[in-house]
Design a protein around this ligand. Sequence first.
Ligand SMILES: *Cc1c(COP(=O)(O)O)cnc(C)c1O
Length: 487
Amino acid sequence: MKVLEPLIFEQSAEGRTGVDLPELDVPGQDLTALLPEEMLRQTEPELPEVSEVDAVRHFTRLSTFNHGVDTGFYPLGSCTMKYNPKVNEMLARLPGFVNLHPYQPEELTQGALRLMSELQDDLAEITGMDAFTLQPAAGAHGEMTGILIVKAYHQHRQDAKRTKVIVPDSAHGTNPATAAMAGYRIVQVPSNERGGVDLEELRKAANEEVAALMLTNPNTLGLFDENITEIARIIHEVGGLVYYDGANANAIMGLARPGDMGFDAVHLNLHKTFSTPHGGGGPGAGPVGVKEFLAPFLPKPLVKRKENGKYTLDYDRPLSIGRVRAFYASFSVLVKAYAYIRGLGGEGLKQASENAVLNANFLMSVLKEPYHLPYDRVCQHEFVITPKNLKSYGVHTLDLAKRLLDYGYHPPTIYFPLIVEEAMMIEPTETESLETLERFAETMIKIAEEVRTDVDLVKNAPHTTLVSRLDEVAAARKPDIRWKKSE
Ligand SMILES: *Cc1c(COP(=O)(O)O)cnc(C)c1O
């Protein structure tokens, strides 16, 4: 349905109201006298004047302008929301969890500490690491924590010549950003024709100045690097450490472990792989796991199980990099991850990964015909296609993404990874039914057909949304997202 003249914010009418409050009937009380003079506002707040019906309709309507996983298929690559079981939301809201206070004494928080301790152990088992911190608040924050641990390790060994971090050209932007913020110089290594790290180039870059290599595997092309153990060996041989960006672990859970591939440290995004919805800015959690030799450098405090079976927050960690956030973690996110892991169990986690990989390969095999597939090999949880074969029609990836909106789909990630021109990165996730995947594939095939028969239809899309193509710079720089009093 097309809304022609949307009245979104411009609904205020002077004197209109949705509430009718009785007169203050507390005798002798002038409430304004209770507040210090300088705290009393001098002018009326500028608020829209609307009826209850207007207000309810306004917010209900706004909620329908958005596309979420609860409204439809959302195959955004890499940063996709995986499965967020609703029951985990209920568990995270249990009164015993939500009413906790971080200053409560340990005797009264044993249950929460036990949950954190067991989650640390579960994540260590899933990734093949020896110790975990749950403190970091997001993936990028986990990377920062991990690289600070790497730095502390080299400093502790008085190995001062390590000034570089190697990052492949397919890396998520947070990897080089993290390394730069930690004070390292970035050395970029190119990918080979199979989408993995170019070993020759890596050997050239690997020397005594390398503090670490940061790697995502499967990488942002959705490809598993077949040379991973050799890559780790090359870096270890020159004394560097190997860091795993595990933001999206839904291709490997229960199937392969970074710790067994040769990685020394990892972070996971609980808000991607382990059942916390994201988007809109959080809360999230980016726990970091390390091998035994790096454990002394983990942030403090660390949740620990004592000899007597009680749990405690261990501050006695002299080599620790210190705290990386206030208090201990985004606790509700931890509850959801714990519930997800314990709910599925080892076999269930493995099956989730297998389904994610199967779904991605199914879509890839159908879409490589109507589109161009830059790396034609088995993919993991996601894959990249492009409209290179349709280039003569003047169509771009942005046009395809916009046209998908007309069919009720959230578009995949576009123009990332940067190493593929006109990239469209598709991640269906483990949750979607065969019917949903088939319908999406049919839609993509139909759009390729439209490009051939009526390219303007695609180039001018979307046609069914409230607004069509936005000036994206203006939308970011001068957002018009609230009511303003008219002059
Ligand atoms: C999402 C993502 C990150 C960053 O995680 P945030 O929680 O958004 O900071 C890092 N690396 C990869 C591969 C990602 O997909």
